[in-house]
Design a binder for this molecule. Structure first.
Ligand SMILES: *Cc1c(COP(=O)(O)O)cnc(C)c1O
Length: 365
């Protein structure tokens, strides 16, 4: 069986260190907002090349708290519009709607899968306050055009960096390119905890201070509340695990790059492969190809015990709770979601397994 993602095997490599970290937290008697978190926030901020990092409970919370912080800071208000890609994980869209803001969907470039910066300007109105762009599958979605637009129209450039830990565009690292970024450490992400966890990174001091307060009930000091906040803290035990795993992230990214290079070389039909934009260093959270007759390929994978997944089978606007978003024509996104398929990629996939997968793809017609 070639698993899509073997988390047990991935974490097994670090088992001894993870146990020591867990024991350290248990012995410390301090389980929330302590030294493990402080140390992770410092290391991760430095990894992203920014001044501030705030650990939160999940990637979704990171996105929600970012938008809430702009609202608290008087920079956004209910009914304002946020540009967002049609083809993202549902959390990105949810965070906008849950804050009373309006998602304005824009289709991606169908080769890179990332938000198409050429399609943004025509969607900008007086109400547009931000671009929430997603570095989908591990490639930075920001380019010079998007940076220029955000300056020209005074839009907040927000990164959903849940899939792109360590990716680089033009020398800037994921999480340090826009004004503020949301990160997820869901177990299956490239930097994964052993439970839920997330973070916000930024160089903006006032946004940093507001989010730091919002994650802890909106308090600035104990029992004194400045905002209506949330309970969204990153537990000490998860921070301790992340402190271990962060040390190996660069190495794991290198292994992912080697696997991606094998796929890019061995899959014969180059038209179905993902495209890497100029000046980009991809971290391959997912390796996604596009095929006709997808069901047939999935059947052949199943017959040969290869697990694959689809990210994502149904775009946000076609899901029941988000049907009100179906105001535009997103036909290309709908076609794309019927053609994409994610092949196994992780630090524990072997070259032998990749060869099997490539043979099956090459036999497909
Ligand atoms: C995983 C993910 C999220 C949400 O992260 P959680 O930690 O699961 O809440 C948000 N956006 C994208 C693009 C993701 O892949």
């Amino acid at each position: 069986m070639i698993k899509f993602l073997d988390l047990k095997k991935i974490n097994k490599k670090y088992q001894e260190e993870l146990k020591i970290a867990a024991n350290r937290v248990i012995d410390s008697g301090w389980y929330i907002l302590g030294n493990e978190l402080k140390s992770f926030e410092k290391e991760y901020a430095s990894f992203c090349g920014v001044k501030y990092c705030i650990g939160v409970a999940s990637g979704l919370d990171a996105l929600k708290l970012i938008l809430r912080a702009y609202i608290e800071n008087g920079e956004m208000e209910s009914g304002d519009e946020i540009i967002v890609p049609t083809n993202t994980y549902i959390a990105t869209v949810m965070a906008i709607i849950d804050n009373g803001l309006r998602p304005v969907l824009v289709e991606p470039n169908f080769k890179t899968y990332n938000l198409d910066s050429n399609k943004i300007e025509s969607k900008i109105t007086k109400k547009t306050k931000g671009i929430l762009t997603v570095h989908l599958y591990g490639q930075i979605s920001i380019d010079d055009k998007m940076l220029d637009l955000s300056k020209k129209y005074n839009l907040k450039l927000i990164e959903d960096a849940a899939q792109s830990h360590g990716a680089v565009y033009n020398g800037s690292v994921s999480g340090g390119i826009g004004e503020v970024a949301a990160h997820s450490f869901y177990p299956g992400k490239n930097l994964g905890a052993l439970g839920d966890a997330g973070a916000v990174t930024t160089n903006n001091k006032s946004i940093f201070e507001i989010i730091k307060s919002l994650r802890n009930y909106g308090s600035e000091s104990k029992y004194i509340y400045k905002y209506r906040g949330f309970n969204s803290r990153l537990d000490e035990i998860q921070a301790a695990f992340l402190n271990v795993k962060l040390k190996y992230l660069k190495n794991e990214i290198e292994i992912r790059r080697k696997i991606a290079a094998e796929y890019l070389k061995k899959i014969k039909d180059k038209n179905i492969l993902p495209k890497i934009n100029d000046h980009n260093s991809h971290v391959w959270h997912l390796f996604v190809i596009r095929v006709k007759n997808r069901e047939k390929l999935i059947k052949s994978f199943k017959k040969n015990n290869v697990e694959t997944l689809i990210h994502y089978p149904i775009p946000a606007h076609l899901n029941e709770p988000y049907k009100s978003l179906k105001i535009g024509n997103y036909k290309k996104t709908e076609i794309m979601s019927s053609e994409i398929i994610s092949l196994p990629i992780s630090p524990v996939v072997s070259i032998r397994e990749i060869n099997i997968i490539c043979d099956l793809v090459n036999q497909h017609e």
